[in-house]
Design a protein around this ligand. Structure first.
Ligand SMILES: *Cc1c(COP(=O)(O)O)cnc(C)c1O
Length: 364
């Protein structure tokens, strides 16, 4: 049996360090906003080469708080991709904003800058690109559009810790970068967690208020905030994995190269890295018009595969009250019908990749 992700292999390799760190936090009895959270914030800001990092309770909260700090509110339009996890657009809606879906590029699965331009209206306040599956969105053109129309950029980096565009890390190319430490993400904890990075000191202090009930001094509240803090146990765990994140991402890239070498089926399109981009392969996602047969063959061979995502957001039931109801986004719709993600994690081995590819190559 080969699963999509096997976290037990990672734990086995770092068990001693993780168990010690968890033991130390339990011994310290300091669980909320303590030394591990502050240290992790400094380490992530340094690793991504930006000024500020603010830890929060999840990737979803990172998006909500970042949108709040960028002054997105009722009636504001935020242009985003329909081909992503629901949280991206959910966050916009929770603030009373309106997600406006632009179509995607078929090769990177990411939002198409040309369609962003077409979707701009007088109500547009921000662009929310997602670096889907670990491949950076087209941040050069997106930044140019934002500059021209004075729009904010909030990057959804939940799947892309360590990805790069033009020599810079994703998350540092807009006003705020939002990360998730959900267990299956490239950089993860053992529960829920998230981080927002920003180059702007004012935005960072706003985010610190928002995550802690609008309070800088205990029992004095300046803003209507949230309870959205990362806890010390999770921060201690992320710190251990952060030391190894470059090696983890390199192993994912090596595995992607191996898949490309072994997969030879003529009706399978493999993902590639665009020029000036550094892909971190959160997923290795094929396109094929024979997807269902491939899934069946893999399943019979005891190999997991998953469709991320079968329904684009503009077609989700929950969003049928939005102005985008009835909208046609042909590329996103086509991808939803063709994509298939294969097992991908740093510890996946070459023999496993050969075995998975062999099953696919032998479909006639
Ligand atoms: C996982 C994910 C999120 C949400 O992160 P959580 O930590 O699960 O709240 C947001 N956007 C994308 C693209 C994701 O993959």
């Amino acid at each position: 049996m080969i699963p999509m992700v096997d976290l037990s292999r990672q734990y086995a390799a770092i068990k001693g360090e993780i168990d010690d760190a968890v033991g130390n936090v339990l011994q310290s009895s300091q669980f909320i906003l303590g030394p591990n959270v502050s240290a992790l914030e400094k380490e992530i800001a340094a690793d991504l080469e930006t000024e500020h990092a603010v830890a929060v309770a999840s990737g979803t909260d990172a998006l909500i708080l970042a949108l709040r700090a960028c002054q997105i509110g009722p009636g504001d339009e935020v242009i985003t991709t329909p081909f992503t996890f629901i949280a991206t657009a959910e966050a916009i809606c929770h603030l009373g904003g309106i997600p406006v879906f632009a179509d995607v590029e078929a090769d990177t699965f990411n939002i198409d800058p040309d369609d962003i331009e077409r979707k701009i209206s007088p109500k547009t306040k921000a662009i929310l690109p997602v670096h889907l599956f670990g491949h950076p969105a087209a941040m050069g053109p997106i930044r140019e559009i934002a500059r021209k129309h004075t729009l904010r950029i909030i990057e959804d980096c939940a799947q892309a810790y360590g990805a790069g565009y033009d020599g810079r890390k994703v998350g540092t190319l807009g006003d705020c970068g939002c990360f998730s430490f959900f267990p299956s993400k490239n950089l993860s904890c053992c529960g829920d967690g998230g981080m927002i990075v920003t180059g702007d000191a004012e935005t960072a202090s706003q985010l610190r208020l928002l995550r802690n009930h609008g309070s800088a001094i205990r029992y004095h509240h300046q803003a209507l905030g949230y309870n959205s803090r990362l806890d010390e146990l999770q921060a201690a765990i992320v710190r251990i994995k952060l030391k190894r994140i470059a090696a983890y991402n390199d192993a994912r890239r090596r595995n992607a190269d191996l898949y490309r070498r072994y997969l030879t089926h003529p009706q399978v399109i493999v993902p590639r890295e665009k020029a000036d981009c550094f892909h971190v392969y959160h997923q290795f996602t094929l396109r094929s018009d024979r997807r269902e047969e491939i899934m069946e063959a893999l399943k019979s061979a005891g190999i997991a595969s998953m469709v991320y995502y079968p329904v684009p957001l503009h077609r989700q039931e929950v969003f049928q009250t939005l102005p985008s109801k009835g909208l046609s986004l042909p590329k996103a719709e086509r991808l939803a019908a063709e994509v298939l993600s294969l097992p991908m994690f740093p510890e996946l081995t070459e023999p496993e990749i050969a075995q998975i590819s062999h099953v696919i190559n032998h479909i006639h």
